[in-house]
Design a protein around this ligand. Structure first.
Ligand code: AMP
Length: 287
């Protein structure tokens, strides 16, 4: 595996690379969620490029940019053992310059849900991915459904900007108790870790309510109550049932829409997110 630090060295490698290229962009501190994307890319492509870049532009002023875990040596060994061709880990000055002017935004998708609480977050994601996609020029790029809004933002961006890249979605990898694996889980104390399962438990509870209510506001009311009673230390930021394509809230459930339940919540001040697709029974099952 080659560790590449500069745009120039990456361009040189890319100029010579033969066959199909799979790309997995990450911020490092690699875990099983990331590795599932890497393994899938390795199985579908001749070469796999992984990037590790903690992108300052996607963090808000009061967020955890400086605290975000960085462990390049461990990550590097993991990727080398899996058979990755290139690890691209640029320093910040390779990706941005103080006099940069380009700003990118999706007018609607970037501003919903996480985007409405983390202002500018998806603008930073879109900008860094545009740069990375130009440099790596992959055939396929791999994203986790754990960050579901990000997947939709990336799919829309690739479609509208005519990137010749296939976006492959991978399901969320979870801990045995259901907690979605995340680099941010490492911030939690054992007590917080026990509370963090609240996100997945609430999503599962929503699924159990689906056959009982067609109106989503009823489901969400009950789910909030459940979360409040069982996990009083968890502070919900948003809890929603949305159409999985537009991410707009759904008022009622039907088999024609593809509903997804989304949650963002704070545990010990750590912001966690999760989501699941909802299975809707046939119309006649509702009484
Ligand atoms: P990050 O390093 O947090 O930017 O994540 C890099 C990629 O890994 C993104 O496409 C994430 O959606 C994906 N990812 C992170 N956690 C998980 C998980 N638990 N399961 C599946 N994919 C994940």
């Amino acid at each position: 595996m080659e560790l590449i630090r500069t745009r120039e060295a990456l361009r040189q490698w890319r100029g010579k690379a033969q066959g199909s290229i799979g790309f997995v962009p990450t911020m490092g501190a690699l875990h099983e969620g990331h590795l599932s994307l890497v393994r899938h890319s390795l199985s579908q492509n001749d070469r796999t490029v992984v990037s590790i870049f903690v992108n300052p532009r996607q963090f808000g002023a009061n967020e955890d940019y400086y605290r975000y875990p960085r462990m390049l040596d461990t990550d590097r060994r993991l990727l080398e053992n899996l058979g990755v061709s290139v690890l691209f880990a640029p320093p910040e000055e390779e990706m941005y310059s103080p006099d940069d002017e380009v700003w990118m935004s999706l007018t609607r998708l970037s501003r919903l849900w996480c985007g409405s609480y983390r202002l500018g977050h998806f603008d930073g994601v879109v900008l860094v991915l545009t740069k990375l996609f130009h440099l790596v020029a992959p055939h396929r790029a791999y994203f986790g459904e754990k960050d579901f809004q990000q997947v939709r933002v990336v799919e829309k961006m690739v479609e509208e900007l005519f990137f010749p890249i296939q976006i492959i979605r991978m399901p969320t990898v979870r801990e045995p108790d259901g907690l979605a694996i995340s680099s941010r889980n490492s911030y939690l104390s054992p007590r917080g870790r026990a509370q963090a399962v609240a996100l997945y438990k609430t999503l599962q509870y929503i699924q159990t309510l689906v056959p009982k209510f067609r109106l989503t506001h009823k489901i969400l009311e009950e789910a909030r109550q459940y979360l409040h009673e069982r996990f009083p230390e968890v502070k919900v930021e948003y809890l929603a049932i949305v159409d999985e394509y537009s991410l707009e809230p759904l008022e009622h459930l039907s088999q024609s829409a593809k509903p997804r339940a989304l949650i963002a919540a704070y545990v010990e001040g750590v912001r966690l997110i999760d989501n699941i697709p909802l299975e809707v029974p046939p119309e006649e099952a509702y009484t």
